[in-house]
Design a protein around this ligand. Structure first.
Ligand code: GTP
Length: 901
């Protein structure tokens, strides 16, 4: 800058000359007109003056602003009486103005002056207020003093009297002040106490009044705020801005520190100074505390609840961790007493991504255990049962030839059942049958060449299901092929299954009585499948049979016996029995009923049996003809009672001496089952994830399946699951043995599933629920019909079907033997109407035991066409004499209806 005229400077700073001249004058400079020169130094002074005045005007010069915000919540009653939560946000803004040395001096003088004035004013005010307050205080003090004086006087009086009493009574002893005891009469004591209490109460009341007044003022203030902000919203934010000026230097720092401390305490959940002060305020005080420090309180609670009542052990516990062949991650964590996520983390480090329900193998599990500082102990899952088997084997005597066990397989309708029936009828001697043939899943026949046992759950599905459980029950497969139909898809499947199991095949070309029979064509087709008949130079024996005429049956049995001889099947009838579960079911009256094929040793009534994960003593045992038996040797099928639950078909059966060992093995087996189930579930989930990744919503047919026996259930399970394709899935969401119950209906309903009953019926409540909820229950008695229906449902090609409608149900109350009709049943019609000319089924415990028609239907002596619900009737079933009390007779009709699942 150089010396300039005022005019030039005005142009330079962009101000009118007049305004600049004013500012020059204000800055105390001598220039008066536009042409006056202004020196460099004068320009600087002018500039300093302008800067000062401008910053003073804006009020921001040398200022430091501290801002803090605290939030708390308060519950207050709104005018409507409804509790409201108010967020109280207190914003504290403190401004520290950097002191200007010149100003400080001036301000200090001003402050001293102001302080002096304030002291004078205060004195004046106090003097002015003095009369009022002094008067009130004097009055209160006077009252209290008067009361105190009165009490003192009274006490003195009492003491005086007491002294007199003492003097009178002890005249011969000198009385000094020290040994004078204050003795007062009860009345005096009462009076004194009453006065003291009154005084105390008055003082207490005065104190309380003062405290309440203070609290009342604060609360009033808060209520005013609350009502000001109260609206229909339950949460309101109140901002209180505290703009009080803050002192400079150390005081500012101290304030800053107090903020930090407060923040820390809030985070920690500790009490602030204020809270402590208010805590003493009784109920009202509490209310206030809630208002301003609710958050702090909550924090405090949390911090207290987080405190443990015990201390972490200083020394780490080292566990011996038993690991089977596989172990579920969650179980492993439990054995080491650590959190599952710790184990999962360890596994992740090893590159294993698993969930808590997944199993890991022994090797990886032992690495994890070691890594976590414990001792892995490797055990075999089957150790206990291996020991039992070894012990049983050691106890066995010399091995002798045992009968072969045969399964009949083949395509649908090629005559498997007919053939089994034919053999049974031909070979079970009359009289031995005991009247009723029981379905126990197997039977044995005696031929000239020895005994042959047939598993009579036909079809490869049952065979596979059994094999999938590790059971090898079948020695020989008889492959039935209809002479008029040849090799069909299921014939080929049966060949594959037999081959996979390494079981020898004998071919029975059935329906040879038919004119259209073409055995050569069948043999040709079999050869194409590498089943080369013996007569063509191969190694597969072939019998030409007719289940209808009985032709070739003996020859077939001979071939079976020869094959068995070649196989040199051996077993020992001595020692503890070992075998396999053929099927099992739960009988309402008798409990779990299990069919067992004895494979080694001899099973006795009273033996302690371990079957799958169930164990119990054999209470009763019968053969396939319903005859009670006491023991059964190798290859003999029996039905036993006494197990607490129904095991699965294919489960291994072993007789054990020691109950404890039986329980051990049973537990180990159920653990294994659980593990497998978890694995299956997680793979299901995985499958679901994969499926939904690829495609959205793969259509799924959900099925709830109930069957009469476990064998069928397993067969159907396998068969239905195999139907799943990439486009349509079949999911069995629920399955079991026995009548369809209400919970089955609920399950089907909740998952949009269909309810399929195979040879079982819905009980009354299930029927009511399904009617009410519109859930379709479908009944079947032929496996392939059920499978075909599901297949059709999947492909959406549903042809019209013969749909059954149940017309009426009668319950047998009494059974009479009649020479004319055999067994006649006295019944009560429970539901609908019983018709004489419609097809019927006999149900025992809601399981179909016979299907046919009525021989007669009567009301008293009179023959009738129908009988309605609530009426008694007499009936006889054509060709069935085994009717029993409480059996149900179900009458149904068949209609052609369009299918939909
Ligand atoms: N002519 C004739 N018909 C037979 C013979 N064996 C069976 N059938 C008939 O063939 C049909 C099917 O017989 P089933 O014994 O039910 O056949 P299956 O293979 O057991 O059938 P599924 O149980 O449905 O697999 C029935 O109508 C029998 O009467 C036979 O040797 N000759």
């Amino acid at each position: 800058m150089t010396d300039k005229s005022i005019q030039e400077l005005a142009v330079k700073v962009g101000l009118p000359v007049e305004k600049l001249l004013d500012q020059v004058r204000e800055a105390g400079l001598p220039q008066q007109s536009a042409n006056d020169q202004i020196s460099n130094e004068q320009q600087d002074r002018l500039m300093a003056h302008l800067t000062r005045t401008q910053s003073q005007a804006s009020g921001n010069a040398g200022k430091i602003t501290l801002k803090r915000k605290t939030t708390s919540t308060a519950k207050v009653a709104s005018t409507s009486g409804k509790a409201k939560t108010i967020n109280v946000e207190v914003r504290k803004k403190h401004t520290f103005t950097k002191p200007d040395p010149e100003q400080i001096k001036a301000e200090a003088l001003a402050k001293a002056d102001a302080d002096a004035k304030a002291v004078v004013a205060q004195k004046e005010q106090v003097a002015a207020e003095q009369p009022d307050r002094a008067q009130a205080e004097n009055k209160a003090r006077a009252t209290l003093d008067a009361m105190r004086a009165a009490q003192k006087k009274e006490t003195a009086k009492v003491t005086q009297k007491a002294e007199v009493v003492v003097k009178r009574r002890s005249t011969n002893k000198p009385i000094t002040k020290a040994n004078v005891k204050t003795i007062e009469t009860p009345e005096q004591k009462r009076l004194r106490e009453a006065q003291a209490a009154q005084l105390k109460a008055t003082e207490e009341a005065a104190r309380r009044q003062a405290a309440e007044d203070a609290q009342q003022r604060t609360l009033e203030q808060m209520r005013r705020m609350a009502s000001k902000y109260s609206s229909e919203d339950t949460t309101t934010t109140i901002r209180v801005v505290d703009d009080s000026p803050l002192a400079a230097g150390l005081v500012g720092q101290a304030y800053e520190d107090s903020f930090n401390q407060e923040d820390r305490e809030i985070k920690r959940g500790g009490n602030t100074k204020d809270t402590r002060g208010q805590k003493k305020g009784g109920r009202r005080g509490q209310e206030e505390q809630n208002f301003s420090h609710n958050q702090h309180k909550r924090g405090l609670k949390t911090s207290q609840s987080n405190k443990h009542g015990f201390e972490k052990p200083v020394k780490k516990q080292v566990y011996d961790v038993e690991i089977g062949e596989t172990i579920v991650v969650a179980d492993l964590a439990q054995k080491m007493a650590v959190k599952v996520r710790e184990v999962i983390k360890s596994l992740m480090k090893m590159g294993e991504l698993v969930t808590q329900n997944q199993s890991i193998d022994q090797e990886i599990a032992s690495l994890v255990v070691e890594e976590m500082g414990h001792n892995p102990i490797l055990v075999s899952d089957t150790q206990a049962e291996d020991n039992l088997l070894v012990a049983a084997e050691e106890a066995r005597g010399e091995q002798t030839t045992r009968p072969p066990v045969v399964t009949i397989m083949g395509h649908v309708d090629h005559g498997k059942t007919s053939l089994l029936d034919r053999i049974r009828r031909a070979k079970v001697a009359a009289g031995e049958a005991g009247g009723i043939t029981q379905h126990i899943g197997a039977y044995h026949v005696k031929t000239e060449k020895g005994i042959i046992t047939f598993l009579d759950t036909p079809g490869h599905a049952a065979f596979t299901a059994m094999r999938s459980r590790g059971a090898k029950a079948t020695d020989i497969v008889v492959l039935v092929v209809a002479a008029d139909d040849g090799v069909m898809p299921q014939t080929a499947e049966a060949i594959d299954h037999a081959r996979a199991a390494g079981t020898p095949i004998i071919v029975a070309i059935n329906k040879m009585d038919k004119e259209s029979a073409d055995p050569d064509r069948v043999l040709n087709e079999l050869t194409a499948k590498e089943i080369v008949p013996e007569q063509w130079g191969g190694d597969v024996p072939v019998a030409m049979v007719s289940a209808h005429s009985g032709q070739g049956i003996d020859e077939l049995l001979d071939l079976i016996s020869i094959q068995a001889e070649l196989m040199e099947l051996k077993a020992s009838a001595e020692g503890a029995a070992q075998g396999v579960v053929i099927e099992s079911r739960v009988d309402k009256g008798r409990g779990p009923v299990t069919s067992i094929l004895v494979q080694n040793g001899t099973l006795h009534v009273g033996d302690l049996v371990l079957a799958g994960s169930a164990h119990g003593r054999v209470r009763a045992m019968s053969d396939e003809n319903g005859n009670r038996i006491k023991s059964a040797g190798p290859s003999i099928p029996v039905e036993i009672l006494g197990l607490p639950e129904a095991p699965m078909a294919g489960d291994e059966v072993l007789v054990v001496n020691d109950e404890k060992k039986a329980r051990e093995v049973a537990d180990a087996r159920s653990d294994r089952e659980r593990q497998k189930r978890l694995e299956r579930q997680s793979s299901m989930r995985l499958e679901n994830i994969m499926a939904s990744m690829g495609k959205k919503d793969v259509p799924t047919v959900n099925i709830v399946l109930k069957t009469d026996v476990r064998g069928t259930l397993e067969a159907l399970n396998v068969a239905l699951n195999e139907l799943s394709t990439d486009e349509v899935k079949v999911r069995i969401i629920g399955s079991g043995v026995g009548a369809i119950t209400e919970s089955d209906v609920t399950l089907a309903e909740s998952s949009d599933g269909v309810l399929l009953g195979f040879n079982v019926r819905a009980d009354a409540t299930a029927r009511q629920k399904s009617d009410a909820d519109g859930i379709d229950i479908r009944y079947y008695s032929i496996i392939y019909e059920l499978i075909d229906d599901v297949k059709d449902a999947m492909s959406g090609k549903l042809a019209p079907e013969h749909r059954e409608t149940i017309l009426g149900v009668a319950q047998v109350r009494e059974v009479f033997r009649s020479s004319k009709f055999g067994a006649a049943a006295g019944c009560m019609v429970m539901e609908g109407t019983i018709y004489r000319n419609k097809p019927i089924r006999v149900l025992r415990d809601d399981v179909v035991v016979f299907q046919g028609e009525l021989e007669s239907l009567r009301r008293y002596k009179e023959v009738v066409d129908d009988v309605r619900a609530g009426i008694e009737c007499g009936l006889a079933v054509k060709g069935y004499n085994d009717i029993k009390e409480l059996d149900k007779i179900e009458v149904y009709s068949v209609q052609l209806v369009k299918r939909s699942l």
